[in-house]
Write a protein that binds this ligand. Sequence first.
Ligand code: GDP
Ligand code: ZN
Length: 490
Amino acid sequence: VLTTQDEDTISSIITGLSAGSVSIIRLSGTEAVPIALKAFRPGGRFRIGWSPASHRVYYGTAVDGDENVLDEVLLLVMLSPRSYTAEDVVEFHCHGGGVCAARVQRALIEAGARPAKPGEFTLRAFLNGRLDLAQAESVSELVGARTAAAADSALAGLRGGVGSAVSDMRRQCLDLLAELEARLDFDEDLPPIDVPALKSQIEAIQAGIEKALRTARAGSLLRRGLQVAIVGRPNVGKSSLLNAWTNSDRAIVTEIAGTTRDVLEAQLSVGGVPVTLLDTAGIRDSTDVVERIGVERSQAAAAAADVVIMVVDSAEGWTDADTEIYRSLWGDGPGSSGCRVRGPALLVANKDDLRAAGPASGGATASTDEHAPLPLPVLARETFSATVRTSASQRKGLESLDAALLDLAGAPQLAASGGVSWAVNERQAEALVRSHEALMRLSESVAADLPLDFWTIDLRSALLALGEVSGDEVAEEVLDNVFSRFCIGK
Ligand code: GDP
Ligand code: ZN
């Protein structure tokens, strides 16, 4: 559990644990410099009694308590308050690969530092007033961003977006509260409250909250992304579609931990939204019917997915086998008792090149219009919000698929706008909703002409909720919750 500020000097390897040419260890706290100097021997002409200046880099060796050389390092000193945490910070830049950094870290612990907990550097930056809570959350989002758009949004948040918007609203609420409380204390001496002006001030603050809340959908899409399950009978081209969609400039190259071997998974960026594609039945080409259809895996993936894409063969049209797959997922349709899919769905008619190539088997009525609707059984007509015709082998129709997916996810404006601005996260949105509700109650109290004390109660709870966003008023549990999600060393 992270407690409020302590006096310890903390230390952690702050670079990634995978191979790289440099590893960095950061110390923060009042003892950062003395502890660092126990483990650092400057190279060159330095004398005993030497102490490093702030914001300079020194070359030397890291040593343990017995003067054994552990690595050749660069030492970077950033004295309070001009550092990430606003405390004294010292960094050791070691050789990468893990071994050097691990032994230097051990030497620093022996010299008196304590290993930092996840998020503890950023927690200190927050407690020391370097960042507000929303900015601190943006740091974690920036590190975890999977697309450029997600990084842009986190950066906008880090540069003050959410926090400063909310601080403005908070200030307006504080002004109102001061006015009301003055009336409570010196009723006689002050002119009566200008109720219409008060109402319009409340509405202005509410409008600001609503505006911030409108970014929540984009925020959730950018941070969490979309899980998309690709389902369909064997051979319609699910794996080919996944490959065509992924082997393009949309591919996200970052490795995501926890990829299961059981389901073929691919990461891509669709209009800035990180999308995880799950190809469920396409891994093993078994002769076992149940295995081939992969019903169970498809069901589980489709039930968990945000969006389900069902692939059929454009040239063959909808077949009885498609109906079978359909029923295993949607039962008698969305909302029916047998329906396992909760999210929205798209229909992809793949192999459109075969349909367009000429009259296929029984395809006398086939048209070459890429927007020609696919005749669907009544059962499935309400299920799919759009049909997209693709040719995975010719990489055609992928832009339409992008657009249909974004549209379905409620993100068309995200794709269009290019430059992505800050967006509130779930914690912030939840607090904003509470403050909006409190302001609604305030309006009702005003309208009902209730005594002033009631007004101030509502206004105080609005203030409290707004303060949770910026961190001006925040319980320790909230801080623990926010910072424990950070990675070690951040
Ligand atoms: P899955 O079982 O649904 O994953 O299907 P696959 O992706 O393995 O594809 C089955 C076969 O269809 C393969 O031979 C692919 O080359 C072929 N195929 C996939 N997509 C297309 C397409 O758009 N057009 C054509 N002509 N063939 C395709
Ligand atoms: Zn496949």
